[in-house]
Ligand binder design. Structure first.
Ligand code: ADP
Length: 442
C-alpha cells in the first residue's frame, strides 16, 4: 500500500467532514483500498467508525480510546503514517512512523491526520489498512508482478529461441538436405546437416543417411545395368548382323563354323533375356514353390556328368565329393537352377587348371552343396555386394565378359524362398567357394 493512498484517503475524509456523504466516501474508500476509517472527536473524546461495522481489516477496533488519543498526539503537521504491531494480550501496540513504502513484515499501517473543520470542530482521521503478510505493499506487488511478467516473457522468448535453434533449425536443414536428395544429389551429408543434440533428430539423420547411400547404390547399379544390358545386347547383335552381312555378300562364307557362331550369340541373347524375365518374376513374387522330396545327390551327380561330357574336350575337370545320397525337401527346379548358376560361375571364373570341386556336406538337418573354384577370388569388400542384382565386379576377370549380374541374385532369392541359406567364402589368390543349404527331407 502506497503511503500516498492512505494520505489522500485521509484528506478526502477531512474534506467531507461536515457533509452528508461522509459515510458514502468512507464506504467507497473501503471498497477501493480495503481500509478502515475512524474519526476522533477531540471535544467529546468520541470515536466514530466511518466504515461499516461488518467490514474486516486492520486492528484498530481493538484499540482503546486512549490509544487513539495517543496516536492522534503523534501526528504533527500534515499527516503521519505509522506502522505498528498490536499485542492482543497486553492490549498495547508498538509502532513507528515511516514515510516510505510499508516495510517487509509490517501488518498494520495507519495514516493519522489532525484537522479543524470550518466550524472549528477539532478531529483526527485514522485510515488504517493491513498489508499482505509478505510485507509488500500494493505498488510493490504491482512492481513485482510486472517484473515477474517481464522475466517470464523474456524466459519464454529465450526458450522459444533455444527450441527453434535446437529443434527447428536441424529439422529445416534436414528438410533441405532431403529435398536435395529428392532432386538426385547423392552426396548430401545428413550428419552435419542435423548436428543436433536430440537423439531423435540424430536418428532421423542417420536413417536419411542410410536411405541416401541405398539410393546412391541403387542409382549406380541402375546406371551400370543400362550400360551392361545395352552392351550385352549390342555385342551379340552386332556380331550376328556382321556375320549375316558377310554371308550374304560372300556365299562361300556360309560355313558350319560361322553358323555356329551365330547360334552361340543367339543363345547368349536368349539366356540374358531369360535371366531378366526370371529375376523380374521372382521380384514380382509370382513364382509358386513346389516342394517335393527328391534325391539331391543323384540330381547333382547327373548334372555334373552332363556338364563333364560337354566340357571335357575344352579341358575342364569337375569333381563331386559326397557320402550317402541325401534327399532334400525343396523345389527341384529352383534348387537345380541355383546349382547351375553357381556351377556356371565357377566354370567361368576358375583358374588355369580349369577345375571345379563340388562338395556335399551335412549340417544340422540341412544338406549343404559347396562349389569351389581355383580362380582369382573376390575382394572382401565386394563379397556382400555380389548377391545384389545386376552387380558385377567390373574388369577384374578374364572370362567374365558376358555375365548379366543376375545369376547370384537368383540363387539368393530361390534359396531364401525355400527356407534355405546361402553364402560365399573367398580370398584373393585362393579361389572362391559358393554354397547353399536346404532342409533334408524327413
Ligand atoms: P554374372 O552373370 O556377372 O556372373 P552373378 O550374379 O552370377 O552375375 O555374379 C556377380 C558377380 O560376382 C560376377 O560379375 C563376378 O564378378 C562375381 N562372381 C560370381 N561368381 C564368382 C566366382 N566363382 N569367382 C569370382 N567371382 C565371382
Amino acid at each position: 500500500m502506497c503511503i500516498n493512498v492512505l494520505k489522500s484517503s485521509a484528506a478526502e475524509v477531512t474534506k467531507r467532514i461536515e457533509t452528508r456523504d461522509l459515510y458514502n466516501v468512507a464506504q467507497e474508500l473501503y471498497d477501493e483500498h480495503s481500509c478502515q476509517i475512524y474519526l476522533l472527536d477531540h471535544s467529546t473524546k468520541n470515536l466514530i467508525r466511518l466504515t461499516p461495522e461488518d467490514t474486516a481489516g486492520g486492528c484498530l477496533d481493538d484499540f482503546s480510546i486512549n490509544m487513539f488519543i495517543d496516536l492522534a498526539a503523534t501526528a504533527d503537521g500534515d499527516a503521519a503514517v505509522m506502522q505498528f504491531t498490536y499485542d492482543n494480550e497486553k492490549k498495547a501496540y508498538e509502532g513507528q512512523k515511516f514515510t516510505a513504502l510499508a516495510p517487509s513484515g509490517t501488518h498494520n499501517v495507519v495514516c493519522i491526520k489532525n484537522a479543524v473543520s470550518d466550524k472549528g470542530y477539532e478531529f483526527t482521521v485514522f485510515v488504517n489498512t493491513v498489508v499482505s503478510s509478505g510485507g509488500t505493499s500494493l505498488t510493490a506487488l504491482r512492481v513485482m508482478t510486472l517484473s515477474v511478467s517481464l522475466i517470464m516473457i523474456a524466459g519464454a522468448w529465450a526458450l522459444g529461441f533455444y527450441i527453434s535453434k535446437a529443434v527447428a533449425k536441424p529439422i529445416i536443414k534436414l528438410n533441405g538436405a532431403a529435398q536435395a536428395l529428392g532432386r538426385g544429389s547423392f552426396d548430401t551429408d545428413f550428419s552435419t546437416a542435423a548436428n543436433a543434440s536430440y537423439d531423435e533428430i540424430e536418428e532421423l539423420a542417420s536413417t536419411l543417411q542410410k536411405a541416401q547411400s541405398d539410393l546412391a547404390q541403387t542409382d549406380t547399379m541402375r546406371r551400370e545395368l543400362i550400360a551392361n544390358v545395352s552392351h550385352d545386347l549390342r555385342t551379340p547383335l552386332t556380331l550376328m548382323s556382321g556375320y549375316l552381312e558377310m554371308m550374304r555378300d560372300f556365299p562361300t562364307e556360309i560355313t558350319d563354323e560361322n553358323l555356329e557362331i551365330i547360334r552361340d550369340e543367339c543363345e547368349r541373347l536368349s539366356s540374358l533375356v531369360a535371366d531378366m524375365i526370371e529375376i523380374s518374376k521372382y521380384e514380382a513374387g509370382n513364382v509358386p514353390i513346389v516342394y517335393e522330396n527328391f534325391d539331391l545327390t543323384a540330381e547333382i551327380d547327373s548334372a555334373i556328368k552332363a556338364y563333364s561330357l560337354m566340357l571335357e574336350h575344352h579341358g575342364y575337370k569337375l569333381y563331386f565329393e559326397h557320402n550317402d545320397d541325401i534327399w532334400a525337401c525343396a523345389d527341384k527346379k529352383m534348387t537345380m537352377q541355383a546349382f547351375y548358376n553357381l556351377l556356371n560361375n565357377a566354370l567361368t571364373y576358375t583358374g588355369d587348371d580349369k577345375t571345379v570341386w563340388i562338395y556335399q556336406r551335412l549340417c544340422d538337418g540341412f544338406v549343404r552343396i559347396e562349389v569351389t573354384d581355383s580362380g582369382e577370388g573376390i575382394e572382401k569388400d565386394k563379397l556382400h555386394l555380389i548377391f545384389e542384382r545386376y552387380y558385377r565386379i567390373s574388369g577384374s576377370h578374364k572370362r567374365a565378359a558376358h555375365g548379366t549380374g543376375l545369376g547370384l541374385s537368383i540363387v539368393s532369392r530361390v534359396i531364401t524362398a525355400m527356407g534355405g541359406r546361402y553364402g560365399v567364402r573367398s580370398a584373393i589368390g585362393h579361389g572362391s567357394t559358393f554354397w547353399f543349404e536346404l532342409p533334408i527331407s524327413k
